[in-house]
Design a protein around this ligand. Structure first.
Ligand code: WQD
Length: 337
């Protein structure tokens, strides 16, 4: 199929582009490069051995979006593009609602006009809110505790209603747990633009000497070692889940399908830190500090629906996640040029 990948130069998007091409699909990447470096494109072309069709514009520009669908034969869309920093969304709610919602409206309107009805949407376990029961199941109620999370809850609802009005749509809502890791080549990976909010890139930057030490947010949670527990999933497993969901949309007669993409296993902050120390071969400076406001103690997926319906499961271990992250970070201490 010819697949439009919005945000295809981003962390999860770039890894998914590699697997889409390996699966024999043609890819068009649309990226505004608001949150990605142009040098990613050269890395992707080196990995695939072929030129990558990249269109550099913002999906909120409906004219450009519409023209792309008018000019190109597109069979399906994977929609990654969007702002995704929880803390930033609290500071800039209007920008988050406008960017994430308007870009999706623009994209879906162009798809509808040009009869492109297969859509894989990048959602998040954040839609389970902060009172969910673990393991999280797809039929749990959704809510959010920050504007970023609300954009995901709202976009899921918009897409459910669009499909309700026109059941010819085939939509996959993919709820990622905690994406980490990097392509085994070490040439593409996660490259936060500022001080990393997320655990794994922060640990990696401590290991490479860019940060002094890891602050562990809270050691008094009701968890085995007192630190927060999350369902970390290797970005390569996540990318494979997108390819599986895309293929499933060609077979299912269900217009909206929600799938958790997680391992089903919880890993604590201390366990992840120790796994990373094994990858680098020495201890990493850290200290336990106060809890981060808004954090929950435990989050991990019930992955059985995706396993049953997509024939997909995460296979990479926490050690794989750390070894692959370290290979990327040590080869690219300052991220992409
Ligand atoms: C993981 C654990 C922290 C940093 C977030 C978003 C979510 C999704 C994934 C987009 C927690 C602890 C972290 C640090 C720490 N993003 N931690 N020191 O909060 O589970 O989820 O990223 O969809 O929307 O909320 O991920 O990596 O920030 O935190 O101790 O410097 O690591 O307390 O227990 P989180 P995280």
């Amino acid at each position: 199929m010819r697949v439009l990948v919005s945000g295809g130069a981003g962390y999860i998007g770039s890894h998914t582009v590699i697997q889409l091409i390996a699966a024999g699909h043609d890819v068009i990447v649309v990226d505004s490069f608001a949150n990605a470096k142009p040098s990613v494109v050269g890395r992707l072309e080196a990995l695939t051995g072929m030129p990558l069709d990249v269109r550099s514009f913002d999906l909120t520009d409906h004219d450009k979006t519409e023209h792309l669908f008018a000019d190109e034969q597109i069979d399906a869309v994977i929609h990654f593009a969007g702002f995704k920093a929880v803390g930033e969304s609290v500071e800039k709610p209007l920008e988050y609602y406008e960017n994430n919602l308007v870009s999706t409206f623009s994209l879906v309107r162009a798809m509808r006009r040009h009869d492109v009805r297969k859509l894989v949407f990048s959602s998040s376990a954040t839609v389970y809110g902060d009172n969910a029961q673990v393991p999280m199941q797809e039929d749990a109620p959704t809510s959010a505790t920050n504007p970023y999370g609300w954009t995901k809850v709202m976009i899921e609802q918009v897409l459910r209603d669009v499909a309700e009005a026109d059941p010819s749509w085939r939509i996959a809502l993919l709820r990622y747990f905690n994406p980490v890791g990097a392509h085994p080549s070490g040439t593409i990976g996660e490259d936060p633009s500022d001080i990393p909010n997320n655990l794994m890139p922060f640990i990696a930057q401590v290991a490479v000497g860019r940060r002094e030490k890891l602050s562990i947010y809270g050691g008094d949670y009701p968890t085995p070692d007192g630190t927060g527990v999350r369902d970390y999933i290797h970005v390569e497993d996540l990318a494979a889940g997108h390819v599986a969901a895309l293929h499933r949309l060609g077979q299912t007669d269900t217009s909206v399908n929600t799938w958790n993409l997680g391992t089903g296993h919880g890993t604590s902050v201390l366990e992840m830190l120790h796994a990373f120390e094994r990858a680098v071969g020495h201890e990493l400076a850290h200290e336990v500090v106060d809890r981060r406001p808004g954090d929950i103690a435990e989050s991990y997926a019930d992955p059985t629906k995706a396993q049953a319906e997509l024939g997909w499961r995460a296979t990479r271990t926490v050690d794989d996640m750390c070894v692959d992250t370290w290979r990327w970070q040590s080869a690219n201490p300052d991220g992409y040029p």
